[in-house]
Design a protein around this ligand. Structure first.
Ligand SMILES: NC(=O)c1ccc[n+]([C@@H]2O[C@H](COP(=O)([O-])OP(=O)(O)OC[C@H]3O[C@@H](n4cnc5c(N)ncnc54)[C@H](O)[C@@H]3O)[C@@H](O)[C@H]2O)c1
Length: 320
């Protein structure tokens, strides 16, 4: 297949492209390589992808409609996997407009370009987030429940992305599949996420910041499981015109236990600094994955202990 991936220098985009390329698909891709986190890591990911002859990359900001429109006109692709976004809950307090540009204008530009230049696109697969569930007291979180009480701007922009897509799907007959990712972790991961900074700090003997006394739960989902799920969706005839799925591990882990697993793997005790709950953070995430299981036979396979083992091994190799 010919696939357009946005955010290919990002964590999930990189792994997804790598797997798709190994399966013989052709990829055209964009990323603006912004400096939200260390760009060396983004460039290192790209360097690996650029070794493959059927990988094409353009450095571009999807909030620039004219450039994106030119890209759409000049490239052929059957499906889009749209991952480019301003991620992170805490940063949305410092830099709110980064979220408006990448997640609202960016999503809107993608939809307009599909409408104008690729009306026969097979599937517009795009990233949403578990954060749309806010502090819902009903768990596991199912796609049928209400998601109109986001507690961070990040979540609000992700939910808005789903709504913009819903209206465009309805108006212009665009086939779209939204994926609510649940705390994805693994090799080449995001340095802004807790599992990554905890690893760094434990290794360097620095204190790790534990919010809400570690009484938080996250449905950590290993990157290879996410990639397998996204590829199943990308390579299967869509089951619905417009649908949003949870894609998570269905097995939440207490933060306290997560730190223990990390300590065991690193072979060193963490120094902890206890802090109150952070603005915008949710108490728990827990994916009900029955819908994606039913439609795509999605089955996460990686237990937290083995996922962390692979991550820590990579971290040691990569950073010496
Ligand atoms: N990793 C997770 O746990 C998680 C959880 C929920 C949702 N998501 C979503 O999944 C997607 C991928 O996340 P990730 O973890 O790989 O994040 P990431 O930050 O590593 O990747 C996103 C990439 O998009 C690029 N980008 C941002 N704004 C852009 C713009 N305006 N134009 C072009 N490129 C732009 C960034 O440079 C980055 O390389 C995002 O949409 C994110 O919101 C991720």
């Amino acid at each position: 297949m010919n696939i357009f991936v946005t955010g290919s220098a990002g964590f999930i985009g990189f792994h997804l492209c790598r797997k798709l390329l190994s399966q013989g698909h052709n990829i055209v891709s964009v990323d603006n390589i912004n400096d939200y986190y260390n760009t060396d890591l983004k460039l290192a990911r790209l360097e690996i992808l650029e070794d493959e002859k059927n990988f094409k990359f353009d450095q571009m900001d999807i909030s620039d409609y004219e450039k994106l429109a030119t890209f759409f006109k000049e490239n052929d692709f059957d499906i889009i996997i749209h991952l480019a976004a301003q991620a992170g809950v805490r940063y949305s307090i410092q830099k709110p407009f980064a979220y408006v540009e990448s997640n609202l204008i960016g999503q809107m530009n993608m939809l307009e370009c599909i409408r104008n230049f690729k009306p026969n696109l097979k599937n517009f697969i795009y990233a949403s987030s578990s954060s749309v569930y806010g502090n819902s007291s009903t768990a596991p979180f199912s796609e049928n429940q209400k998601t109109d009480e986001p507690i961070s701007l990040y979540a609000a922009t992700k939910k808005s992305g789903e709504l913009l897509t819903h209206s465009y799907s309805h108006l212009y007959n665009i086939t779209a599949t939204g994926l609510r990712f649940f705390t994805v972790y693994g090799e080449y991961g995001r340095p802004d996420m807790a599992y990554f900074s905890f690893t760094k700090d434990i290794m360097e003997g620095k204190p790790i910041k534990i919010f809400n006394s570690g009484n938080l739960q996250r449905d950590f989902t290993y990157i290879d499981d996410i990639v397998d799920g996204v590829i199943k969706i990308a390579t299967t005839e869509p089951k619905h015109k417009n649908k949003v799925y949870n894609i998570g591990n269905n097995s939440p882990v207490e933060l306290k236990y997560f730190v223990e697993v990390l300590e065991n793997e690193i072979g060193k005790k963490a120094i902890t600094e206890m802090l109150p709950m952070q603005a915008g953070d949710v108490y728990r995430t827990y994916a009900d994955i029955s819908e994606i299981k039913k439609d795509y036979n999605f089955e996460p396979k990686t237990k937290i202990e083995s996922g962390v083992k692979m991550f820590v091994k990579w971290y040691k190799d990569f950073y010496g």
